[in-house]
Write a protein that binds this ligand. Structure first.
Ligand code: NAP
Length: 520
């Protein structure tokens, strides 16, 4: 894995700052122990912003050996972010060195590592330290670590990710396969794919990137499709040296690209997902149909690749090269369902055995596992597992009643999917900071959302979720246990408005008699 320190834009604008001045004294803030769980994009961001706000008694627990979260775990061939790089960057650290409009995963990971180093976050991280439990007792959170150690924190920020726990398919005979078999997020780089017979299960964003990047290296590529996906075309030109030089000299040029992308994304896409009948979604649908029609020459293959649901119902797949890749002579699209895995390959329901050397399971993630397997026990011993028995839910995606001073980034009902999760996380971190800072007045307090406010939010969320395009008749990881989409069901503009500042009447506070925080 390439490790580089990205040079940063000279004269960058500095971290976001829309929090009001803290009511907590500087001493209270520096004493309050903040534990961030996860050193991915959101956890590193939380550490930067909390530190900047004066919360210097910070620790980040990270179960892996390095930062980067999803960009550390997903290293499959062709991985890149299909959100434009100048948009998928921290607002306070635009990066003139991005190689492409949509840069590859290794570069993104190096960007986060460089930032964690530059902001002196690395020394705060305890790597290879999984948090197994968090228990709220006497006003503080007690963390149980996998190595048997413990810690106590005043605030916990769970930045544990969404698309995190690989979902392995329940395929008969999977263990009998004789060759290497691995999930797309656990790519085995000891296995050379060149000249081999590669099988890929799944047709989501991961599989599409893998297929496009591998087809020319392998002997044969068999793609096992259960459901076709709508594909929207993208161009991914490399930035030229002169363009990068211009970005270095003139950071406003990056800012302009960013703002243009943000606006196009919000007005031309995100705000419309809330309404399956939206004319804008109809235009997106038509452009996906046109892409299929104009790109796939063989009418039989074209029909196999044609979904029977509305584009954007599943997360929209963006690809420069998938349709070309699947039309290569060594590529096969297999639509018969998988009957079983055998030592030599996959047998489909039509009786055919598809011989394979390597099997890649691009079968997605267990999104419902939010925060888990960590055991979280709140006020009065309330278990998060119990509260979330019918699926994870959180007020504004950030907090849960009876779990005071415990906040989530990218939590349940957060905008997710075709979004710049960096923008989402930046807004959420500022919201949490504002909440904490506005309530620390006379002394340390436990802050939790009221049951009433959480119930009201959940009822609005459910009502809105039913109208979204994700509920328009397809199966996807957006759909939760209750059959409703799990993602933010309102407009993105509303998300930005909600994150402008907490409605304090929705929260309850309780004084904590915590000697260590009371100023002598
Ligand atoms: P995914 O979108 O959940 O796709 C999983 C695929 O596996 C689906 O095609 C699914 O079929 C198939 N599948 C699952 N179980 C199966 C089984 N038992 N038999 C046959 N097929 C099975 O997963 P993903 O591609 O890893 O993507 C997940 C998310 O990660 C994306 O939606 C996106 O948000 C994010 N991502 C982003 C990027 C990016 O560039 N920003 C890149 C990759 C991933 P069905 O459709 O029939 O369920």
């Amino acid at each position: 894995m390439q490790k580089v320190d990205p040079p940063f834009a000279p004269g960058h604008r500095g971290p976001m700052n829309h929090s009001p001045p803290s009511k907590a004294t500087a001493k209270q803030r520096s004493k309050a122990r903040v534990a961030v769980i996860g050193a991915g994009m959101s956890g590193v961001l939380a550490a930067i912003e909390f530190k900047r706000a004066g919360y210097t008694n910070l620790v980040i627990y990270e179960k892996g050996a390095s930062v980067g979260g999803t960009w550390r775990e997903n290293t499959y061939p062709g991985i890149c972010c299909d959100v434009p790089s100048h948009f998928y960057s921290y607002s306070f650290e635009l990066n003139p060195e991005w190689s492409h409009r949509f840069s590859p995963g290794a570069e993104i990971r190096a960007y986060f590592e460089g930032i964690a180093r530059r902001y002196e976050i690395l020394p705060l991280i305890q790597f290879e330290t999984e948090v197994q439990g968090c228990r709220f007792d006497h006003g503080r959170w007690h963390l149980a670590l996998a190595d048997g150690k413990t810690d106590t924190a005043d605030f916990v920020i769970a930045a544990t990710g969404v698309l995190h726990q690989p979902a392995l398919p329940d395929l008969k005979g999977l263990d009998s396969f004789e060759g290497p078999a691995f999930h797309s997020a656990r790519w085995d780089h000891n296995v050379a794919i060149e000249g081999r017979r590669l099988g890929v299960v799944g047709t989501g964003s991961s599989a599409v990137q893998i297929v496009s990047a591998s087809v020319d290296s392998v002997q044969t590529l068999n793609l096992f499709q259960r459901t076709p996906q709508w594909i929207t075309p993208i161009d991914n030109p490399a930035y030229q040296d002169e363009e990068r030089a211009e970005f270095r000299k003139n950071p406003e040029a990056m800012q302009a690209i960013r703002e243009e992308a943000a606006q196009a994304f919000t007005d031309g896409f995100a705000n419309h997902l809330v309404d399956a009948e939206s004319p804008v979604l109809a235009i997106i649908h038509d452009s996906c149909v046109a892409n299929l029609e104009s790109s796939v020459r063989d009418p039989i293959l074209r029909e196999k690749l044609r979904p029977d649901y509305q584009a954007t119902c599943k997360r929209l797949v963006m690809s420069e090269g998938f349709y070309e890749a699947i039309q290569r002579p060594n590529a096969n699209l297999i639509t018969a369902s998988i009957d079983q895995v055998e030592p030599e390959g996959i047998r489909t329901s039509d009786g055919e055995l598809h011989p394979l050397d390597i099997l890649v399971l691009a079968t997605g993630f267990r999104v419902e596992d939010f925060v888990r397997p960590m055991q979280v026990s709140g006020r009065g011993g309330t278990l998060l597992d119990e509260v979330w028995r019918s699926g994870p839910k959180a007020y504004l995606s950030i907090c849960v009643p009876d779990f005071p001073n415990f906040f989530m980034l990218q939590g349940p009902s957060s905008p997710v999917g075709n979004f710049s999760l960096i923008e989402v996380a930046e807004l959420q971190v500022q919201y949490i900071l504002e909440l904490i800072q506005s309530l620390e007045t006379e002394g340390p307090q436990a802050i939790s959302v009221s049951q009433d406010a959480a119930t009201r939010y959940e009822s609005d969320r459910q009502k809105a979720a039913r109208k979204t395009v994700w509920a328009s008749g397809c199966n996807s990881w957006y759909i939760g246990k209750d059959g409703l989409p799990i993602a933010w069901p309102f407009t993105f503009d509303r998300f930005r408005e909600e994150m402008e500042g907490p409605r304090l009447q929705d929260f309850e506070t309780q004084s904590i008699h915590s000697a260590h925080l009371i100023e002598e």
